[in-house]
Design a protein around this ligand. Structure first.
Ligand SMILES: Cc1ncc(COP(=O)(O)O)c(C=O)c1O
Length: 399
């Protein structure tokens, strides 16, 4: 139901715009070149869902399928690997371009940098990517997860050899726990969000995500999407992808809409208030979209969204569930995309809007001549929940 979706238009007025120099095509090309040095690297597919687009009343629809990323079922490893690569390049006094994957994981580099411990807080996907990178480097990873995290996501992190555990705190409190642990032990905090005085690593993480955006842009060839929908937790991914496409299409920029769950809509609230302050959500943030259950925006991501995004949506869990079901069962002839709760959120809102009342469609100018691009940022990272939703219809509109 459209009634359940809330939308605000970006009300930014004038002022200097945030520089996109670190998120532009040149940077993205460099980051993608670095990721392509990984032995496991393959670009993830861009599903072209022409028939589904028609059935929804859209001109065209593309969904980037990150369930194929490095066998890890989510895009997140792009950020942590690029951050760790840059950190180690810094220790060696070199540029990241000179440190392709084979050299990064070599014994020689290990001997040069010694034993390192990387610490983070995560709902699952970022921690798995970090643990995967640390294990390739034969280094240590310590991963804290917020209360309510799924056992399967924890098991996947443990399987990469990390020291991982579920805390009794929410995401933002867990981030503070990871931060104090890293400070106390002199470990390296690799967090996918920034704050005053902690900016370098999160900036590399945002740049790491550019590989996903750059691949999609190349796969689209000459096509320019008219609309891009991006889901946000702290807004690092959405900020990076928004910055990239805004720098590419200075003229005729696609309409960019940011999507969050009602229960963790910190970016939506910040945009709605439009008072120059970041607005936070506290408490348990009880949503099925675990990857988006973050209550404090990344200021660096927000600056980009404030300047270049067009609309902000807050949505119910049923929107993500709808997105999972449609992507898993698209119109005949279209490629199926296995998409998890956070991965399907933005597309789920597109579907909900197309099936709902006219207002939001008209506001977004979304219709039969629109070419929509979404990013399915994870696959079925919690398989039990995936079956509950896609097979058994949990979290449908009328529940
Ligand atoms: C699958 C998935 N999609 C999207 C996001 C949102 O990314 P960000 O926190 O950078 O907004 C996350 C974050 O963990 C995620 O796991």
């Amino acid at each position: 139901m459209n009634e359940n979706i809330r939308i605000v238009q970006n009300k930014k007025q004038g002022g200097a715009l945030t520089s996109l120099d670190t998120l532009n095509e040149k940077t993205a090309e460099k980051v993608q070149r670095w990721h392509s040095s990984f032995d496991i690297y393959q670009e993830t597919p861009l599903a072209h869902l022409t028939n589904t687009a028609k059935e929804l009343g859209l001109g065209d629809l593309y969904v980037k399928d990150e369930s194929y990323r490095f066998g890890l079922n989510a895009f997140k490893v792009l950020g942590s690997s690029f951050a760790i690569g840059n950190y180690i390049a810094g220790l060696l006094g070199e540029e990241i371009d000179k440190l392709p994957f084979a050299r990064l994981i070599s014994q020689k580099v290990h001997d040069q940098v010694g034993e390192l411990t990387f610490v983070t807080a995560t709902d699952g996907n970022h921690g798995r990517g970090l643990a995967w990178t640390a294990s390739r480097l034969r280094q240590h990873a310590i991963v804290y997860m917020p209360k309510g995290s799924s056992q399967e996501r924890l098991d996947n992190i443990l399987a990469e050899g990390a020291d991982a555990s579920i805390t009794d705190m929410n995401y933002d409190e867990t981030v503070r726990l990871a931060k104090s642990k890293a400070e106390r032990e002199n470990d390296i905090l690799v967090q996918d969000t920034a704050w005053n005085g902690y900016e370098k690593i999160p900036a590399w993480i945002m740049q790491g995500y550019l590989t996903m955006a750059y691949e999609a842009y190349r796969q689209l060839k000459e096509q320019r999407p008219t609309h891009i929908f991006l889901q946000a937790g702290v807004g690092s991914m959405a900020g990076a992808v928004t910055g990239f496409f805004a720098s590419l299409f200075e003229k005729e920029k696609p309409v960019i809409t940011i999507v969050e769950p009602h229960k963790a809509n910190c970016i939506f609230r910040t945009a709605e208030a439009n008072d120059g302050k970041l607005h936070v959500v506290k408490g348990d943030m009880d949503t099925i979209m675990a990857g988006l259950a973050c209550g404090e925006p990344n200021p660096a991501g927000w600056n980009v969204l404030r300047d270049y995004a067009d609309y902000f949506i807050s949505c119910p869990d049923s929107a993500a569930a709808k997105g999972m079901r449609i992507l898993g069962n698209p119109a005949k002839g279209d490629t199926r995309v296995i998409s998890g709760e956070s991965g399907a959120a933005a597309f789920g809102c597109v579907a909900q809007i197309m099936q709902g009342r006219d207002e939001i469609r008209e506001m977004l100018n979304l219709g039969s001549s629109s070419k929509v691009l979404c990013f399915s940022t994870e696959g079925n990272t919690d398989r039990e929940r995936y079956r509950e939703i896609v097979w058994n219809g949990a979290y449908s509109d009328n529940q």
